[in-house]
Design a protein around this ligand. Structure first.
Ligand code: XMP
Length: 514
């Protein structure tokens, strides 16, 4: 199934919903031509919503040949309006914009709306409405404010819905999606974890042959899943390299290497580069400079070590599907219709290697969303401890110490962070929170302990809930938990005399402090 993206914040969500029906789906640019689509041979096409109005001169349009492909199409919100407009109907700004829940009154309970209950709740978000149906189209449903809430050209299998069936608040949304996927497009539910693993192993073997593959292991779920998958596919032709930058959490590097070597029996080359990394960022206070220096040093160490351990033909990367979509510039500027990618922080990876060290890339996870990676990890034996690990940034604790990073500050943060982890685990919150961690501020404040005046660092607790890290809310954990953590940190970590709780959502804050 192909989803053509017109800049909707929900395009990825549509792709997920389709995959939840065990059918493979991909998000492509609205500029994809009918000829390109013919080559891909999709069973169905979904046009996403979008921020534009179809009658704006700069509004994104799809190739009109798409209507003649003979492939079923479902237009959602903007996608429906575009379909109606391109096929000769009318779309106008509505008197009454409709945002939020609406009751769907069903006029034709067959086809797309089979098993969708009359009066079910669907989520609306639109300022424009369809005012005239194109020839051959029929009305399937309406709401109090929207005359054409669902429409169809039954013979040509063209469908449109004004609401968003993909969002969780649309109660009948999943039934509608299943009707489109299974009955209208005749897809089979074959996109399963086991099928993915088998296919990935087959592809890796065919591609790699008897060549050697290098993988930079970080200990996160992506690179760990990749290590398992590759090791299963090519065994000792895989070399996992773990670079210890010195910015990991307390005891994590040792634990990770031990786990891989002793429990999983996957060989790991451990590279202790702690001093080098610290030297690189000595005296650096600017967050972006810090990130860049760490990124560059990572590449240098990686380069040296891969020469030493190599030669390798392939480099395996844990690129995921959202990275692929993001790098394809999926954002559309509503004013100009142009696609824009906004850089907020430079996340480092192993790009930018010198010419004589150009590997061929192998990215077996590039079709997967994060939750799918977790399923794959689980199905090939990755323990829950790694499968459910909270995200941890590449530059690690170095970006959780604001300002200059020193050995002393790293020790303090590691100890505070360990207490956070222990207490969050004890409260049974580790899997509930997206991230829970400590940040060290490079300032000092006055306190009193015993009869002594103290002058020491504050620790910030950053606990957030999030679906995907793109937006986040601060977590409403109990005062008792905060008190326990605060007491323990101030009592057990030398150099800290104050603990504060960050109550900023994202946006406007970011999750990390640098
Ligand atoms: P922000 O701070 O941008 O973080 O709200 C969003 C998510 O991304 C993680 N993060 C990183 N992950 N390399 C990574 O692999 C990085 O440089 C990096 N910086 C932030 C962050 O922990 C959060 O989950």
């Amino acid at each position: 199934m192909v989803i053509l993206d017109f800049g909707s914040q929900y395009s990825e969500l549509i792709a997920r919903r389709i995959r939840e029906t065990q059918v493979y789906s991909e998000v492509l640019s609205y500029r994809t031509t009918a000829a390109q689509l013919r080559q891909l041979n999709p069973k169905g096409i979904i046009l996403s919503g979008g921020p534009s109005s179809v009658y704006d001169s700069a509004a994104p349009h799809c190739d009109p040949e798409i209507w003649a492909l003979g492939v079923p199409v479902l237009g959602v919100c903007y996608g429906m309006q575009l379909m109606v407009q391109q096929l000769g109907g009318g779309v106008e700004r509505s008197e009454l914009a409709e945002y939020g829940k609406a009751s769907l009154m069903i006029d034709d309970p067959t086809d797309l709306l089979t098993n969708v209950e009359d009066g079910t709740t669907m989520w609306m978000s639109h300022g424009d409405s369809v005012t005239q149906l194109p020839e051959g189209f029929e009305l399937l449903a309406h709401t109090a404010n929207t005359a054409c809430a669902a429409v169809a050209h039954h013979d040509r299998k063209l469908y449109g819905v004004q609401f968003h069936p993909e969002v969780v608040h649309s109660i009948g949304g999943l039934a509608l999606i299943r009707n489109f996927v299974y009955h209208i497009c005749q897809c089979e539910p074959t996109w399963t974890t086991d099928a993915f693993v088998e296919e990935a192993i087959r592809e890796i073997r065919a591609r790699v042959g008897n060549k050697r593959v290098l993988l930079a292991l970080s200990g996160g779920v992506d690179s760990s899943t990749l290590a398992f998958l590759l090791y299963r596919a090519i065994g000792e032709q895989l070399t996992c390299m773990f670079i210890d930058q010195g910015f990991m959490r307390k005891l994590e590097p040792e634990r990770l290497v031990k786990l891989f070597r002793e429990q999983f029996h996957i060989p790991v080359a451990y590279v202790n580069a702690r001093e080098r990394f610290l030297a690189q960022i000595q005296g650096v206070t600017d967050p972006e400079v810090k990130r860049k220096r760490i990124g560059h040093e990572f590449i240098r160490v990686f380069e040296e070590e891969s020469r030493r351990l190599g030669p390798f033909d392939y480099l395996a990367q844990g690129t995921l599907y959202p990275d692929v979509i993001e790098s394809a510039d999926t954002n559309v500027d509503p004013q100009t219709g142009e696609r824009v990618a906004v850089k907020i922080k430079s996340h480092h990876n192993v790009g930018g290697l010198p010419k004589d060290l150009q590997f061929k890339l192998i990215e077996p996870l590039r079709k997967l969303f994060k939750d799918e990676v977790r399923k794959v990890g689980r199905s090939i034996g990755l323990p829950e401890e790694i499968v459910l690990r909270q995200p941890f940034p590449g530059p690690g604790l170095a970006i959780r110490i604001l300002g200059e990073v020193t050995e002393d500050r790293l020790d303090i943060l590691r100890d505070a962070d360990l207490i956070v982890r222990q207490e969050i685990n004890r409260a049974g919150l580790y899997n509930e929170l997206w991230q829970a961690f400590a940040v060290l501020l490079p300032i000092r404040s006055v306190g009193v302990m015993g009869d002594q005046r103290t002058y020491a660092y504050p620790i910030v607790l950053r606990f957030v809930s999030s679906e995907d890290g793109m937006t986040a809310d601060w977590s409403r954990v109990s005062y008792d938990l905060l008190e326990t953590i605060s007491n323990r940190i101030v009592n057990e970590v030398r150099g800290v005399n104050r603990v504060v709780y960050d109550i900023t959502s994202k946006p406007p804050g970011t999750i990390e402090w640098e």
